[in-house]
Design a protein around this ligand. Sequence first.
Ligand code: DGL
Length: 276
Amino acid sequence: MASPIGVFDSGIGGLTVFRSIVEQLPGYDYIYLGDNGRSPYGNRSFKTIHQYTWECVQWMFKQGCPLVILACNTASAKALRTIQQQDLPKSHPDKRVLGVIRPTAEVIGNYTTSKQIGVLGTTGTVQSGSYLLEIEHFAPALKVYQQACPLWVPLIESGEHDKPGADYYVQLYLDQLMQQSPDIDTVLLACTHYPLLYNKIKAHLPGHIKVVSQGDIVAASLVDYLQRHAGIEQVLTKTGNRKFYTTMDDVMNFDHNASVFLGNEIKSEFVDVREC
Ligand code: DGL
């Protein structure tokens, strides 16, 4: 049986991380699961996000994944700790689940000169305060300004992000962020969907501001993790196989968006993770 690396997101956003991971670690087998049928997660409660995320993670375990990456900030902020500290020890002590917030917080200080950064995320990620805590831990000298962008994920999931109407909502939240401090010189896209708006975000910000996506950061951190965890690395199968699954019964939208984004034809399968 294959032992792929699992990459999970509430929808298509995790593909921005998936793409970087596959670029940096091409030999492994992968399963991508988007919970598009229940996205967005951004304004749901802790309890619901944990329930949805854990259902998806268990489904990926059933497919043989020894390691699952939560390529979703909202799930990392609201479900990862419970999964790592309670669920895994109780029912899957041999499996591993990693998130995206810690690896990002570890390096974000390297990007800024002014020591003032803006963090753009879902309402859930912003309200959880996870970035404030993690950045305080790894880079206490940084001043962090947060801005929730609740309409961006729905725009992206519905395929409207590259249409002219999206500009209004991009500007709306960026203006609200920059009003908090004119000295922000680095903007972190702390939602894995947001790199799909990268060009519009860049165009609306002053030219000197760096816009940082997480894909390469998370991928580099996974490379490092696998080097340090031979027990997990050795059980992962390496035939270069990739499979895509979505909880949306109409897979056409996922397939279209994923194919455009990844640059090759993606055919996903519908799954009902609630059967787990
Ligand atoms: N890609 C998810 C994240 O990184 C989006 C969450 C949502 O579904 O709202 O936060």
